[in-house]
Design a protein around this ligand. Structure first.
Ligand code: ZN
Length: 276
């Protein structure tokens, strides 16, 4: 049994849902993110938020998987502050929907000034509405600097670190995140970010407190079965089942249960209005 706490199912097929369910996935959380192209208007985001809060939970329920989501405008599209503020204004209207856990994945991409301004406005929105936060950290050479900027912004706005998950940590950022009291997510990609073997190494070096694993499966080269593959890698290394369960089920459940909207129980039967 496992939870994939970061996966972009709007980009995936029903075959992926089926295979994830067969591999033991019981619950997922889907942050709002970049669609691979810049959306042209705030209306495009309103439609996306409807997809995340209406369609996708029904689709997941058909495979016995509980679907939750996070809302924001992602850092790649925050370069246009006018558009970003229109989207920020839409978000409160969706926060009461039953599968919404908080604000995410917010963060930085190129560590630009505009990105930082819009990041801070998202943090304030989360604070005003008492929401959990899920953070995207930049790639490669921008990651360490971006992670520091994000952690400082969260601290400056008085956000409790235990209510924030900092995602896409790697060997050079995991300690910084954990030492400041935040939760850390390791993203398992086939060739960038963390592989299952690197994730197992990080757990061996840094322990299992406040750490989770996710696939971040999306529209690019990625693997929606990455979490069960990491479980298999940990079993191959003779790690205890309790430790494997901790990082792939207990830890995400503990963090996410800070929202009373989270559940790893089977979804209630739905009438999936998906007839073609
Ligand atoms: Zn993502």
């Amino acid at each position: 049994m496992y939870i994939d706490p970061h996966v972009h199912m709007v980009s995936r097929t029903t075959d992926d849902y089926r295979r994830m369910a067969l591999a033991g996935c019981v619950a997922i959380t889907e942050p709002a993110f970049w669609a691979g192209y810049d959306r042209g208007s705030a209306e495009g985001f309103a439609d996306y938020f409807r997809l995340l809060t209406e369609t996708e939970p029904r689709r997941a329920a058909q495979y016995g998987i509980r679907h939750h989501t996070w809302l924001c405008i992602n850092p790649k599209e925050a370069e246009d502050p006018g558009l970003a503020r229109e989207v920020l204004a839409l978000i409160p209207g969706f926060l009461e929907r039953p599968n919404v856990l908080g604000i995410g994945e917010i963060g930085l991409n190129k560590n630009s000034r505009n990105e930082l301004v819009i990041l801070e406005e998202h943090i304030e929105l989360a604070k005003r509405h008492g929401q959990l936060i899920l953070v995207h950290t930049p790639h490669l050479e921008d990651k360490l600097k971006g992670t520091r900027l994000i952690l400082d912004a969260l601290r400056n706005h008085g956000i409790a670190p235990g209510r924030v998950l900092i995602d896409h940590v790697e060997e050079h950022t995991v300690r910084l995140v954990l030492d400041r009291g935040f939760w850390a997510g390791m993203t398992l990609y086939p060739d960038t970010k963390c592989t299952p073997a690197r994730a197992a190494d990080i757990i061996e070096c840094h322990g299992s407190e406040r750490l989770w694993l996710n696939s971040a499966g999306d529209w690019g080269h990625s693997d929606p079965l990455a979490v069960p593959k990491a479980q298999a890698e940990m079993r191959r290394r003779r790690h205890a089942e309790a430790l494997i369960r901790k990082v792939t089920f207990d830890n995400p459940r503990q963090f996410l249960s800070q929202s009373d909207r989270f559940s790893a129980e089977p979804p209630p039967p739905t009438a999936p209005d998906l007839t073609r």
